[in-house]
Design a protein around this ligand. Sequence first.
Ligand SMILES: Nc1nc2c(ncn2[C@@H]2O[C@H](COP(=O)(O)OP(=O)(O)O)[C@@H](O)[C@H]2O)c(=O)[nH]1
Ligand SMILES: [Mg+2]
Length: 295
Amino acid sequence: MLQQQIALLKKGNYKALARVISLVENEVEGYEQLLSELPLPPVPVIGITGPPGAGKSTITDALIQEITEAGKTVGVLCVDPSSPFNYGALLGDRIRMSQWYTHPSVFIRSLATRGSLGGLHPMIIEITDLMKAANFDYIIVETVGVGQSEVEIAGLADATIVVVVPEAGDEIQTMKAGLMEIADIFVVNKADRPNADTFIKNLRMMWAPAFKSHEAIDILKTVATEKKGIAELFASVRKKIHQVHISDKKYFLLAEKAYYLIQKRRMKDVNKQQLFDEIKRNAVTNLYAFLSNKK
Ligand SMILES: Nc1nc2c(ncn2[C@@H]2O[C@H](COP(=O)(O)OP(=O)(O)O)[C@@H](O)[C@H]2O)c(=O)[nH]1
Ligand SMILES: [Mg+2]
């Protein structure tokens, strides 16, 4: 059954792809074996991250348009924001993207975050690899940037776009160094707002010392709702994807990916809800005593 679906998805059958994603998402028996036998064509992955509301989905939507107009196919993974308390996902992205759901060159899948390590979907790497097997020309992965997940996405994407808005001034100052390592392209979206130019100038100044020849970060300005700056963004993405193949970055990305997969495997039997229940049941006050008993 699975083999048949894989054969179909390799031919670019979206229904088969959707089915196999669900099987992997639900960790159906034999899924690990399936993944290990999967062909992995080098489909470039574009990661888009940044704070909620920065315009990631609007940019994704505009990039899909660029890609399809260039006669190419694209698979999109959206990881919806959700609170760890209610596990509810917003449907806004789905509605916005609806025009693409019936387009023959576009496949879109939304995943809800489920309180995984650092916020990424626990199966995001595996599902991205499944999408690679379907031989798209491009894959886009949109995730909400909440701390750690920005760094996690680096292992996933050949080109990482970090989206911010001009108002984020103070946030940028305190951004972790890690973000600089992972961003290939910095997009200042909502450039129709005042301060955009000053903001970009400050950004360039702040990061000047980090710029190294071919590894320089592109800083671009967009108004995603008006599709302004999107063609430039797509050109920058193509350039960055090409650079990955001529630098050590791909090994860095694979190391990040391996780290994440190993971490996940080792954490397999550790569950926050279970910890919560146990801690509550035992009315734990000394966490260290509790943890040493667990060993
Ligand atoms: N003024 C302005 N609004 C924008 C721009 N890009 C996106 N928006 C709006 O910002 C809101 C959040 O955008 P969305 O793409 O959902 O952000 P996400 O949470 O990062 O995916 C929406 O209401 C968009 O219409 C822009 O360039 N300028
Ligand atoms: Mg979004």
